[in-house]
Design a protein around this ligand. Structure first.
Ligand code: MRU
Length: 333
């Protein structure tokens, strides 16, 4: 599986996720403005990948505008980058981690961005291990059927992923009966990206439409539900792709474990509860059309929250790279 993004001789190279699965196209980003545009149109997406993109973006800003001699250009670039998308905490967190280093020593910013990329990769491996062990503990040591939403694989991180890293680990250990990715309207990250990654890893899977998820859970079609996260609040409430809350309600109805898999970098202890998380609204066009083809009368108004918040009361456990927080047993962050 190729890395979602890499640094290569002063450019950020990233797989343009808007073109998948029809085309595997690599973008060479040379300016912070182009990186911000790529983030906004979801050429690069997924909370950990956004964090790494933000880190490399600050390194790029420091090379293009020396913070010591061209402070206003550097600070302007950092602010636009930090605000490119509001819900995934990783973006602002990693921009805020690299920017002070760049201000002190512009050349050191790139080394820190590389460290962040390697940390995310190591976290994916560890989450895969811990999440696979927890899934087998809760659902039984046998090949499992796993339902999941959005894309939480290599593309959303650096490699392997969060929830999809758990699915990959189960598959590598002959403990995956099948994955059931939801297509994830409006932008179809599940249908376009997760299926592509599952195919690459040779993992058995069947794609489902979003509205089939609660019914299939009620009919016993999955043993465990695994999702990623864009921001975990201090009380455990979790923002993730729109549809996650409905999936959690369906899981509770069917008594299926609902597990969030996210690195420590996605936990935001400065946000008290899910009510305090800003939810990005991406405007009507993504709802009234699918990949440029209108599916509603011209001018139809639409609401388009890109994320929702699942209350901690519906979440069985959180798996990070260092711990399992068993909310269902009264544990907290
Ligand atoms: O709008 P997106 O595609 O960036 O949303 C991504 C998600 O909601 C993912 O589930 C989340 O970032 C976790 S990715 C490992």
């Amino acid at each position: 599986m190729p890395r979602s993004l890499t640094w290569n001789h002063d450019t950020i190279e990233l797989i343009d996720q808007t073109k998948l699965p029809q085309e595997i196209d690599t973008l060479s980003i040379r300016t912070v403005e182009d990186l911000v545009a790529a983030i906004k149109r979801l050429s690069v997406r997924g909370a950990p990948a956004l964090g790494v993109a933000g880190a490399y973006g600050v390194a790029m800003a420091a090379r293009l505008h020396d913070p010591k001699t061209n402070e206003s250009a550097f600070e302007g670039a950092v602010t636009t980058l930090r605000q490119a998308r509001p819900t995934a905490v990783n973006l602002a967190l990693m921009v805020d981690r690299v920017a002070p280093i760049a201000r002190q020593d512009p050349a050191a910013a790139l080394a820190e961005a590389h460290v962040i990329a390697e940390e995310e990769l190591a976290a994916s491996v560890a989450m895969g291990d811990l999440g696979a062990a927890l899934s087998l503990e809760l659902a039984g040591d046998r090949p499992l059927r796993i339902m999941t939403i959005c894309n939480t694989g290599s593309l959303a991180t650096v490699e392997r992923g969060t929830a999809l890293a758990v699915i990959q680990t189960l598959h590598e250990r002959d403990r995956l009966a099948e994955a059931l990715p939801m297509e994830t309207r409006p932008l179809l990250q599940g249908g376009r990206l997760t299926t592509w990654e599952l195919q690459q890893m040779g993992a058995p899977h069947r794609l489902i439409v979003d509205s089939a998820a609660p019914f299939l859970l009620a009919r016993g079609a999955a043993d465990v539900v695994l999702i990623g996260a864009d921001r975990v609040a201090a009380n455990g409430d979790t923002a993730n792709k729109i549809g996650s809350f409905a999936l959690a309600l369906g899981s509770r109805h069917a008594d299926v474990p609902f597990i969030v898999v996210a690195p420590e970098s996605t936990i935001d202890m400065s946000t008290a509860t899910g009510d305090d998380i800003e939810i990005e609204d991406r405007g009507p066009d993504e709802v009234t059309s699918i990949r440029g083809v209108p599916v509603a009368p011209t001018g139809t108004p639409a609401l388009n929250p890109a994320f929702d918040v699942t209350p901690v009361s519906l979440i069985t456990a959180l798996v990070t790279e260092t711990r399992v927080v068993r909310y269902h047993q009264g544990q907290s962050l």
